[in-house]
Design a protein around this ligand. Structure first.
Ligand code: SF4
Length: 315
């Protein structure tokens, strides 16, 4: 006799339109140009996805100068500093930019504010490739980074009347509201997006977690340790009342001893985690419990992004 378990499956979860497009770009580039195709940085932050593409002939590197100039290179979904495509052009390389269009939109915003003479503040996580890419749209030192409400008090600006802010797309919606409020309180003239730049996928996945977290004895987020939006889902679950919320890369990471005696579990996945890994986690629960799956849908998504034209044209 196995114990009954209600498994709340959050929706939406897993792949977003930007991740889907980025993976398609690598696959289509391999079809068009053959292997090897180089990819600067993990195309999306998921080992399973990266390993699968590597098996098909993608070579993952961290810097452009690790790529031979006569092979195509793809830039990851997180975006790259302006200097990277510029260097690729200088080396006369074929490159395809898989930056998510919602990240590119932030790049354009930052450049427009800079052209209008405003100093930029970015709300984001230091060292994350998206933050590096967005800050790298402007000359060195032109973008100030704030990560927390406390950072706002310490930031030194040129002119408080000439400021604008952008945000990373994968932040915690609630934490960002607080940081934006602190910025607006200290710099009332600051210009920013209508809400913030957090994307629809990040927002919806956080909403879905909030909808189930307080009903869950435990909640598992399928995602990678370097995936910003996945880590935020764990934080959101804890804040929303689920004391045991953990990130797992796949079913083998689950700590079953910690789950002894649970009656309810929530399952979701970050935007770069494929559905096959979520199925694997659900199957692992089915093997140990008498599972009833209950899907809880916080939003419907029908966003799709086209791949760049170069991949839609014949070789
Ligand atoms: S999480 Fe959002 S910004 Fe990032 S790739 Fe997905 S849709 Fe684009």
């Amino acid at each position: 006799m196995t114990n009954p378990l209600t498994l709340y499956l959050a929706a939406p979860r897993g792949f977003c339109a930007g991740v889907d497009r980025a993976i398609k770009i690598v696959e289509m580039a391999l079809e068009k140009w053959g292997a090897p195709v180089y990819v600067r940085h993990e195309i999306v932050h998921n080992k399973f996805v990266v390993d699968g593409l590597r098996d098909k002939g993608a070579v993952f590197v961290e810097e452009l100068d690790e790529c031979p100039p006569d092979r195509p290179v793809i830039f990851s979904a997180h975006g790259v500093p302006k200097a990277v495509p510029a260097a690729a052009r200088q080396r006369e390389m074929i490159y395809v930019d898989a930056t998510c269009p919602l990240v590119s939109k932030v790049h354009i915003e930052a450049a427009r504010h800079h052209e209008n003479g405003l100093q930029m503040i970015m709300i984001g996580h230091a060292g994350h490739p998206e933050t590096i890419g967005t800050m790298g749209q402007l000359p060195d030192g032109e973008v100030l980074l704030v990560e927390t409400v406390d950072d706002v008090a310490g930031v030194t600006v040129r002119d408080p009347g000439k400021l604008a802010f952008v945000t990373q797309t994968t932040l915690s919606v609630d934490d960002t509201i607080d940081i934006v409020a602190a910025l607006r309180a200290r710099f009332p003239a600051i210009v920013g997006p209508h809400k913030e730049d957090i994307c629809y996928a990040t927002t919806n996945r956080q909403e879905a977690v909030k909808a189930i977290a307080s009903d869950c004895d435990a909640l598992l987020v399928v995602g990678a340790p370097n995936s910003s939006n996945s880590k935020r889902l764990v934080e959101v679950a804890r804040k929303a009342g689920c004391t045991y919320a953990q990130l797992v890369q796949r079913a083998t990471d689950i700590d079953w001893r910690a789950l002894e005696g649970i009656r309810t579990v929530g399952v979701t996945a970050g935007a770069s985690a494929p559905e096959v890994l979520i199925d694997e986690v659900i199957d692992a629960f089915r093997a140990r419990f008498d599972v009833t799956v209950q899907m809880v849908e916080a939003a419907q998504e029908n966003v799709e992004f086209k791949v760049p034209r170069v991949l839609r044209e014949p070789a």
